[in-house]
Design a protein around this ligand. Structure first.
Ligand SMILES: *Cc1c(COP(=O)(O)O)cnc(C)c1O
Length: 231
């Protein structure tokens, strides 16, 4: 538990340093601790150290933690992983944000379930910036048309883009991924679709968040650097 608080402090200091180096204000980047595979006790330890929003990638696991920790005030759950349409109802019920939107059938199903629940959901569109077939997300050139089609779903509050960069030891390849997303963001801003905001860039994980901050990330999703290696 002490370890989680110490890791959090170290990660926060590294985020501040990266902001300073990029000449960005320290509050320009928010830390999203990724608690997937970790028990509720770890979430509580991070909560005690000031975290209220947690990233999860599996719906059942997240819903379980959300109900286990229902008594903790102010906790919010951010779904960061690929979602199948048959899980949309669960997500519409408890999540405060969904960062991996990448298909219109899923958008339609989420919208339908959100209307039924009387809720809205912040969403980020996932971009496949690495070109790897194994990665979810839209190809960068497919995002503008996708964004236009999202206008039909008024329970989805479009906030920005999310990506997972190429896991590579070559910083130039990693940076190129982040740059592709920034280019798409600029195209979306130029297109100026009413009701959509593209300010949020969720990019950067334990291994590459400093580079992501240098390229304009507003949210970094950090698991192992806070909670330790996953089993
Ligand atoms: C697991 C995960 C993370 C966190 O990865 P770490 O390398 O542990 O920081 C970030 N984003 C997504 C989408 C993930 O699934």
């Amino acid at each position: 538990m002490q370890q989680i608080a110490a890791n959090l402090a170290a990660v926060r200091a590294r985020i501040d340093d990266a902001c300073l180096a990029a000449e960005r204000p320290p509050d320009a980047v928010r830390l999203l601790p990724v608690s997937k595979t970790r028990p509720a006790a770890d979430v509580l330890a991070a909560h005690a150290a000031g975290c209220t929003r947690f990233g999860e990638n599996r719906v059942q696991e997240a819903a379980g933690k959300a109900s286990e920790l229902a008594g903790v005030p102010g906790l919010e759950w951010v779904m960061i992983g690929h979602l199948q349409s048959n899980k949309a109802r669960l997500v519409a019920g408890f999540a405060s944000e969904f960062q991996a939107l990448d298909s219109l059938p899923l958008a339609a199903e989420l919208d339908r379930r959100l209307h039924a629940a009387g809720r809205q959901l912040d969403v980020l569109v996932q971009v496949n910036s690495s070109g790897e077939d194994s990665k979810f997300g839209l190809r960068p050139d497919a995002v503008p048309a996708f964004a236009r089609a999202l206008v039909a779903f008024d329970a989805l509050r479009v906030r920005g883009l999310m990506t997972i960069a190429l896991p590579s030891p070559d910083p130039a390849l990693v940076s190129a991924c982040f740059e592709r997303v920034v280019t798409v963001q600029q195209q979306l801003r130029d297109a100026g679709t009413p009701g959509q905001s593209w300010d949020e860039l969720s990019m950067g994980m334990s291994g590459d968040f400093e580079a992501a901050i240098a390229h304009g990330a507003t949210v970094v999703r950090i698991g192992t650097a806070i909670f330790g290696a996953r089993g």
